[in-house]
Design a protein around this ligand. Structure first.
Ligand code: WTA
Length: 636
């Protein structure tokens, strides 16, 4: 393939796609299609929706009578599994590989669409025999193994909703989520492999179950084979159940309403309590498949690798659902990118002939640190497109990814989106001229603007708040059990305008390119993972020696941000190195290792406004040695 054409224009460098990229692009003229999609979004989405399989066609594309509780494809009957599996069985794709999976120890499993269907149908039958009903929420807590995907799909097939809890979360975090979802059934595994070690998931699950009276059944996949505690009447081995006659491979896919719940996924917000965002069968099926198809220019011969964990939205939308709906072959890897050596991922690319790779800036920066010699050992020439997600990508990492991994010929799709949005919102297409660090332009049907405090659009180049005008099919429908919080978090600020508040700051340059800067609320992105300052703070104050705490994000070279905490100790307790370590450990065990603060500072008091809100920006300025700014609201 030819090199892309790089245009140096002084203040900005544009990376134009090569002729080959343009030639095979699913969309050649972004501006034209975008203009059409904005002129009549409902017509645009209706046309796209016709490419899916519906049991019954919708009667109305968008119902906004109860905004912001929008409904899409009203009256339509659909099931995401009918689109992600069933329809492929009637075509040559039946024998196409759906999943190529590699475990960290190097074990490999592959599954065709035919085989995947059998496993999903059998497990769906098992769930049914356990009494799982349409609408109930099954919690899934697993390592990155094929059974995680099978469990998600089996739930969707029978009309149950899944709630996947990231396998790196603690028993505390798992129990809170089980309780909120009132799950009766938990699917887990004995453990998984990470950096050569076994993560003991079943023990963590057991601790969570002990605090979760709603759980009646726990199904455990045997992955690592180490000794685990199982209780009669409650615990079942997955493989035992799958060998019983109840595991029938004949299981009908449930006919669902467009707006029926597909899953909830918990994410962090401004309070300590994580919110379960709700996504539905109709809109989500459409949005994930359309974005995956156009942004990644997906073709039948592709080998698609999304390196995200299914425990986060990227894994839901672009490891599991989008690719399967598009009939792709997906690659899935269980372990750490640098285990046993920093070439593990590049080895995967070469071994499986991966054509498109999608990962986070943190992973790229982490691997970049080890030097070019690791990727250089491998033939990465099969790659044709690259993707980035989860946090802003700094131009240095962008260029390394582009030159060293992509060989200067693979456009990078820097996709901005959120758990709430279901799929890509601001993103290049393969034909877009790229600027390193910019997520470029909005996807079809999406209008993104940047506004000031008075909700007026700012001038080009000025920083402001990122908002999305109006609804789109992939949007979350609500927060599980808390519709008021859904309204107040996302819609209240621009109520009369019907705009969605993203919670990020951004600027738009003179060429209309959007540069997302970062969160402006109390959410921290650490290594691309989303955490709330309030979660970290409540974990800290649950420690018997802590009176009060504040958490802030400090820029970090590899992780994007690191967490720094300021702690007021209870009377008669003095700070020490040991206590610092104890508190870091404590946060790690309350939330999960990703939340462990990098630095703990003991203080006598915290800067607060007169109404008692902690002024995190003052702490941040102090920690970074920068200007504090306006202090007029400071209490003392
Ligand atoms: C951030 C992850 C800059 C952003 C899909 C957003 C990004 C939050 C990008 C959502 C990007 C995601 N450039 N920032 N390409 N992608 N973000 O819910 O702050 O885990 O609001 O969804 O990640 O995080 P979430």
């Amino acid at each position: 393939m030819a090199q892309s054409n790089i245009e140096e224009t002084g203040i900005k460098t544009l990376y134009h796609p090569s002729k080959e990229v343009v030639k095979q692009a699913n969309i050649k003229d972004y501006e034209k299609v975008y203009a059409e999609s904005i002129a009549d979004p409902e017509a645009f989405w209706a046309k796209e929706a016709k490419q899916l399989k519906w049991y019954k066609k919708w009667s109305k594309v968008l119902d906004d009578s109860e905004e912001p509780f929008y409904k899409w494809f009203v009256g339509g009957k659909i099931n995401i599994i009918h689109n992600a599996i069933d329809r492929h069985l009637l075509t040559w794709r039946r024998n196409k590989l759906a999943i190529i999976w590699e475990g960290e120890p190097g074990d490999v499993r592959t599954m065709s669409y035919h085989a995947l269907n059998r496993e999903v149908s059998k497990f769906a039958s098992v769930l049914k025999s356990m009494g799982v009903k349409k609408g109930e929420i099954v919690t899934i807590y697993m390592p990155q193994i094929p059974e995680l995907v099978i469990a998600m799909l089996a739930c969707a097939k029978i009309g149950a909703a899944h709630s996947v809890v990231y396998g790196g979360f603690s028993h505390e975090a798992l129990a809170t989520r089980i309780e909120d979802a009132q799950s009766r059934v938990l699917v887990t595994a004995d453990g998984g492999y990470r950096r050569g070690k076994i993560t003991d998931l079943k023990s963590i699950a057991n601790e969570a179950i002990n605090r979760s009276p709603t759980i009646e059944v726990c199904i455990t996949v045997k992955r690592t084979g180490h000794e685990v505690h199982m209780e009669n009447d409650r615990d079942f081995w997955y493989h035992d159940l799958m060998n019983l006659p109840i595991a029938s491979p004949n299981c009908e896919t449930e006919v669902m309403d467009s707006e029926d719940l597909l899953f909830i996924l918990y994410t962090s917000g401004t309070t300590g309590k994580p919110k379960g965002l709700m996504h539905t069968h109709g809109g989500y099926t459409l949005y994930t498949s359309a974005t995956h198809k156009y942004v990644f220019d997906i073709k039948d011969e592709d080998r698609w690798w999304c390196a995200a964990d299914p425990g986060w939205i990227t894994g839901h939308s672009y490891l599991v659902y989008g690719p399967l709906i598009n009939g792709s072959t997906m690659v899935m890897y269980e372990g750490a990118p640098n285990h046993p050596y920093p070439n593990r991922w590049w080895q995967m690319v070469e071994k499986y002939g991966i054509t498109i790779m999608y990962t986070s800036p943190t992973a790229i920066r982490g691997l970049m640190r080890f030097g070019d010699q690791w990727p250089k050992r491998h033939d990465l020439s099969t790659l044709r497109l690259l993707g980035s997600v989860g946090e802003p990508i700094n131009p240095e990492a962008w260029r390394w990814y582009y030159e060293v991994i992509g060989g200067g010929k693979c456009p990078i799709m820097d996709t901005w989106w959120q758990t709430e949005t279901g799929g890509h919102m601001i993103t290049p297409l393969p034909v877009t001229a790229l600027k390193p660090g910019s997520a470029t332009k909005p996807f079809f049907g999406i209008e993104a603007i940047v506004v000031n405090e008075n909700a007026e659009e700012v001038k080009p180049g000025e920083e402001g708040k990122l908002v999305i005008k109006g609804p789109w099919p992939g949007m979350a429908r609500s927060i599980y059990g808390d519709p008021d919080r859904y309204v107040s978090t996302y819609w209240e600020d621009y109520k009369d305008k019907g705009w969605y508040k993203a919670g990020d700051s951004a600027r738009i340059d003179e060429d209309g390119y959007i540069w997302v800067i970062g969160r402006i609320d109390d959410v921290i992105k650490v290594s691309g993972y989303r955490l709330g300052t309030a979660e970290v703070e409540s974990a800290l104050v649950s420690h018997p020696k802590v009176a009060e705490a504040a958490a802030i994000a400090i820029p970090h070279e590899v992780k994007g941000n690191s967490i720094q905490v300021f702690v007021i100790l209870k009377a008669n307790v003095t700070g020490s190195k040991e206590l610092e370590e104890e508190l870091r450990e404590h946060v790690g065990s309350e939330i999960g290792p990703i939340a462990r603060p990098d630095k703990v500072t003991f203080v006598e008091s915290l800067p607060k406004t007169r109404s008692g809100k902690i002024m995190r920006r003052v702490l941040k300025a102090k920690a970074m040695g920068t200007e504090v700014g306006d202090l007029s609201t400071l209490e003392e």
